[in-house]
Design a protein around this ligand. Structure first.
Ligand SMILES: [Zn+2]
Length: 126
């Protein structure tokens, strides 16, 4: 499954840095360069290339498409960092029990949601 379709724990910006807040509780986290866009803040729309574009497909799509593609015309704001280029990563060691419980609950919910979305997307494709 394309990671760009997956949902993540929502982040909020505070003083220019991403933080994680679950049900009103701020979760201890560290800041890392976004691994999805590698700090670019944008990436090609997954609707365009989520399955990868092969050389022969590129050939068929023509030069106009190739130019637009490489110039970033199909780029969208990064779905993970929302264009902020950095993301908050949960620091489990710094979490108390209540915070860990919130994180676990949220992760479970997100995983379930991702699986549902994945099944739905397969249902449409096949
Ligand atoms: Zn990003």
């Amino acid at each position: 499954m394309d990671s760009r379709y997956a949902k993540y724990i929502k982040q909020t910006m505070k003083n220019g840095l991403p933080i994680i807040v679950i049900e009103g509780v701020e979760i201890p986290s560290t800041v890392e360069v976004c691994h999805l866009c590698r700090g670019k803040g944008s990436h090609v729309n997954p609707d365009i290339d989520s399955h990868g574009i092969t050389g022969s497909e590129m050939e068929e799509l023509g030069e106009d498409f190739r130019e637009a593609y490489s110039s970033g015309a199909y780029d969208i704001e990064c779905v993970e960092c929302n264009g902020n280029k950095v993301i908050a990563v949960i620091n489990h060691e710094a979490c108390n029990i209540r915070q860990l419980a919130l994180v676990d609950k949220q992760m479970e919910y997100i995983q379930q949601d991702n699986e549902e979305r994945y099944c739905r997307s397969r249902g449409i494709e096949y």
